[in-house]
Every structure is written in structure tokens, then in C-alpha cells.
Design a protein around this ligand. Structure first.
Ligand code: HEM
Length: 196
């Protein structure tokens, strides 16, 4: 599946293919952890997410895109696999916050062989597993679309879980708990409220 996140100061109209998932958001804040960054949305802007089997094009001032892919390092049937993650938040979850975190890995990461990279993923999974019941997540691969980020990670959770979500990100970014993160050189967060 292809996923486009498009944002701008004006109302966005993007034709989406039949069967596409379309969600609308309001941008709350942008937090840069490791820049420089590509053009970023501003607080108050509208943002749309369109997920579809075929790529969708937009002419909005800001856009991020990626596509889903097979698990590269972990068992796709594991309980913690993205495909087994929280599919959607229960209807009581209102308001729902969403965060887009584009990430890039260094040349040193891509110079590691498959076994070396695979050995770095279990710590990431250990940090993440306690959150799978409350945090909905999606992972998109973006190297085909951008030089600024290799992945787009997308999360949804209840506003009451914001602190827990921040603790999850802090733990993943702690090289003592998750050495994989020493290979991240671009990292920024776009905080949203999901409107529909
Ligand atoms: C909610 C808890 C989380 C769990 C259970 C989790 C689990 C996983 C798993 C199992 C993979 C490996 C997929 C594969 O085999 O290809 C993965 C990859 C990844 N995760 Fe997480 N994750 C979580 C949270 C996060 C967060 C908060 C971020 C970003 C801040 C993140 C960023 C990534 C990235 C970028 C990859 C791809 C790494 C690569 O292919 O090199 N994850 N995650």
C-alpha cells in the first residue's frame, strides 16, 4: 500500500483512488529531534493521509510518502508484528492524537550486513512490545521517494496516552536501551489531532 501525507495552509483537495483510506488531521506541533528537515507543516495547517494500492499525487506545499513492505528482520507472524498491531482505536478514543515520525538511517547502517542489522532489532522490539495494545502503528518505506527520510512511522493513540507515547520514543532513542538508534541521523515528529 502507498501512503501519502499532504499538508498546507489552505483546504486540501486531493483526488483519491477508489477504495483509498482517507483521514484528515489538524497539525498541532512539529518537534525536530535531528535535522535538517524537508519542508515542514505549520501548526494549524490541515493534513490529509491517503493510503491506497496505487500512488496518489498532490501539489500541497508539504508532503511525505512511503509504501508498506514485508518485514525485513522479524517474523511477520510474531505477536508484535505491525500487521498484528492495534488495527484501530476503539470508538471511545476521542480525541485521538496521531504522530508522523520520518526517520533516516546512516550509510553505516546500510554498510552492515543483514545479520548485523538483524541483531540490532530485538532491543527495539523489547522497548516497543509493552505499547502494542494502546498504540496503533504503521511503517512505510520511503527511500524510493525521498533523500530526506528512509521511513515514515505513523502512530495513533488516545490523548490520555501522550505521556506513555513520549516515554516509548525516549526509550527507543536511548542508545543504551536501543543501540539501533545510533544509526539514525534524521528524526522529527509531526503531532496531529485526528479529525475524521
Ligand atoms: C509501538 C511499539 C513498537 C513496536 C512493537 C515496534 C516493532 C517493530 C518491529 C517488529 C520492527 C521490524 C519490522 C521488520 O522486521 O522489518 C520495527 C521496525 C521499525 N520501527 Fe518500530 N516498533 C515500535 C515503535 C516504534 C517507534 C515509536 C518508532 C519511531 C520513533 C519506530 C520506528 C521503526 C522503524 C524506522 C523501523 C524500520 C527499521 C528498519 O527497517 O531499518 N518503531 N518496529
Amino acid at each position: 500500500m502507498h501512503c501519502l501525507f499532504a499538508s498546507g495552509p489552505e483546504l486540501i483537495t486531493i483526488p483519491a483512488p477508489t477504495g483509498a483510506i482517507r483521514n484528515r488531521y489538524r497539525v498541532n506541533a512539529v518537534e525536530v529531534i535531528k535535522g535538517p528537515t524537508p519542508p515542514l507543516p505549520q501548526p494549524g495547517w490541515e493534513l490529509h493521509r491517503i493510503e491506497a494500492a496505487t500512488p496518489t499525487a498532490a501539489s500541497s506545499p508539504v508532503q511525505f510518502q512511503g509504501e508498506t513492505g514485508a518485514a525485513q528482520y522479524t517474523d511477520p507472524n510474531a505477536p508484535y508484528a505491525a500487521a498484528n498491531g492495534l488495527a484501530a482505536l476503539p470508538a471511545d478514543a476521542n480525541p485521538v492524537l496521531a504522530v508522523i515520525i520520518p526517520l533516516r538511517k546512516t550509510a553505516a547502517w546500510y554498510a552492515l550486513n543483514q545479520d548485523q542489522r538483524k541483531a540490532l532489532i530485538p532491543a527495539h522490539v523489547d522497548v516497543g512490545v509493552p505499547f502494542i495494545k494502546t498504540i496503533h502503528r504503521r511503517l512505510f518505506h520511503s527511500r524510493a521517494f525521498s533523500k530526506d527520510y528512509d521511513f515514515i512511522t505513523y502512530f495513533e493513540f488516545r490523548a490520555s496516552d501522550e505521556t506513555r507515547f513520549r516515554q516509548l520514543c525516549q526509550a527507543l532513542r536511548d542508545p543504551k536501551r536501543n543501540p539501533e538508534w545510533t544509526y539514525i541521523d534524521r528524526d522529527f515528529e509531526v503531532w496531529l489531532t485526528k479529525l475524521a
